[in-house]
Design a binder for this molecule. Structure first.
Ligand SMILES: Nc1ncnc2c1ncn2[C@@H]1O[C@H](COP(=O)(O)OP(=O)(O)OP(=O)(O)O)[C@@H](O)[C@H]1O
Length: 455
């Protein structure tokens, strides 16, 4: 195989023998192939593709399309019925919860055992175990048998191990989603860093995760390769296919958007009040967002000239919120301590989703261009941003806070606190797209016919 290739999959097929009743399996072994008591199910059929060294490839497809089957064969935990796989490099995989873990052993013992299986020498394991356990961050559970672990703890430990074994090829299933928001973001940061040098196969139902991470995507359908190519084109085709199918199921033919009228009146501007909020807020689709308290020990970088003291989401009158409702007015209040004299302070924030994709944010620069804020070392100051929360799809979100000095174009970062505040949206009327925007108006009216009917 060319040294530029990390993975070559050639005409791969997997057939399962399905027995309708347990006794049929017994009969099959007694008859030794002279009669057939099973029927065949081809979970993968004639799939071929190549992954170049250093590529990041997303595998997408509906439930049961063969994603796990394919990856298990690549990891050699499942034997193909036909076809070949050639791999160049050390493979580490996170495919199934708890796979490769002995339930009776502690987390520490399992981490050592897995690291050894993945090729680390005892000396390398000794050197890396503190960092593995720090990454997993499961506290005293590390010395408990893993049979007592929650699924989130399993993922943390398994991911921590694969992140420390110098793999050339990483294979990760969306098992990641089991972790909490902070951990998922930590994993995504690691994966982004890993893809600079390594080869990554990433399986997910979530096309935004694939778009975010992958150069290329492979779409599997009923065990066959339906499409491969640039991640954007493949994900778009996949989503279009899903919506076509939904339309067919609903019995709706394709919908063409009407051409807008040329002189439509300007929509009303502020105040932004979504007319539907009152109704939505009475329903189970109300966008309930749980706000977790400020994380003072959140990881941060920067020159160290400032320190974030507190971050709060407040209601429009300044009362702290532990729950917020999407679409409603809130304030984000950020308190900072200057550790050095600062002449032109800028404070900003970014809200990110569980994959670390930046959703929205803002900063104080334009508000204070004319009279920049100057503070002395030891002084405290507060930035406040008032806005209508977007409607957030269910999931976890976090807020990064930045404190800088200078101008928008040229500045010194004194502090960038990652994941200083965490939210969780529980229920939502929005399920697609990154966020829902509160609408100022929505109309649907009859406007006549193409041709007046003859009377
Ligand atoms: N051990 C097995 N015996 C019989 N059929 C199996 C076995 N394992 C998987 N299958 C079948 O093979 C097909 C592909 O399964 P696979 O788990 O690879 O799909 P997937 O794309 O990973 O699905 P999901 O997104 O739900 O995880 C499915 O129809 C599944 O029922």
């Amino acid at each position: 195989m060319s040294s530029e290739l990390a993975i070559r999959v050639d005409r791969l097929s997997k057939c399962y023998q399905i027995y309708d009743r347990p006794q049929d399996r017994l009969k099959q072994s007694l008859w030794r192939g002279r009669r057939q008591f099973f029927h065949e199910f081809w979970a993968m059929h004639d799939v071929s593709f190549q992954v170049a060294r250093g590529e990041t490839v997303g595998i997408i497809g509906r439930n049961g399309s063969g994603k796990s089957t394919l990856l298990q064969m690549i990891c050699a935990t499942l034997t193909p019925t036909a076809g070949e796989i050639a791999i160049t490099g050390r493979v580490a995989a996170l495919l199934e919860l708890g796979a490769g873990f002995n339930p009776e052993f502690t987390g520490r013992e399992n981490a050592r055992m897995n690291a050894a299986l993945l090729g680390l020498t005892p000396a390398e394991i000794d050197a890396r175990i503190p960092s593995i356990l720090a990454f997993a961050d499961i506290g005293e559970f590390v010395d408990q048998p893993v049979k007592t672990y929650s699924s989130g703890m399993f993922v943390r430990l398994a991911f921590a191990v694969i992140a420390h074994v110098d793999a050339d090829i990483l294979i990760v299933d969306e098992a990641l989603a089991v972790g909490d928001g902070f951990f998922t973001q930590k994993c995504m940061r690691f994966l982004r860093q890993f893809r600079e040098t390594g080869t990554l196969l990433f399986v997910s139902h979530d096309t935004s995760a694939v778009l975010n991470l992958c150069d290329r995507a492979i779409w599997l359908e009923r065990g066959a390769l339906r499409l491969e190519g640039p991640a954007k084109a493949v994900c778009e085709a996949y989503l279009a296919d899903i919506s076509d199918q939904q339309r067919r199921e609903l019995g709706v033919s394709s919908i063409t958007a009407p051409t807008p009228e040329p002189n439509v009146a300007e929509p009303p501007r502020l105040p932004v009040v979504d007319q539907r909020l009152a109704t939505l807020d009475q329903s189970r689709f109300r966008n309930d967002i749980e706000i977790f308290s400020f994380q003072p020990d959140a990881a941060s970088h920067g020159s160290g000239g400032a320190r974030v003291l507190d971050v709060e989401l407040q209601d429009a009158r300044g009362a702290p919120l532990s729950w917020a409702v999407g679409g409603h007015a809130v304030q984000l209040a950020i308190q900072v301590e200057a550790l050095i004299d600062m002449a032109r302070v800028i404070v900003g924030f970014f809200v990110k989703d569980r994959l670390g994709q930046l959703l929205f944010g803002d900063n104080t620069f334009l508000t204070r261009t004319e009279n920049p804020l100057a503070v002395g070392a030891g002084e405290r100051f507060e930035a406040r941003f008032g806005f209508n929360l977007p409607i957030l799809p269910p999931g976890e979100y976090s807020v990064d806070i930045g404190v800088a000095e200078g101008t928008q174009a040229e500045h010194v970062h004194h502090c960038w606190a990652h994941d200083a505040l965490l939210f969780r949206a529980h229920t939502s009327s929005v399920t697609t797209g990154l966020v829902g925007i509160p609408m100022t108006s929505i109309a649907l009216e009859r406007i006549g016919r193409d041709r007046p009917s003859a009377s």
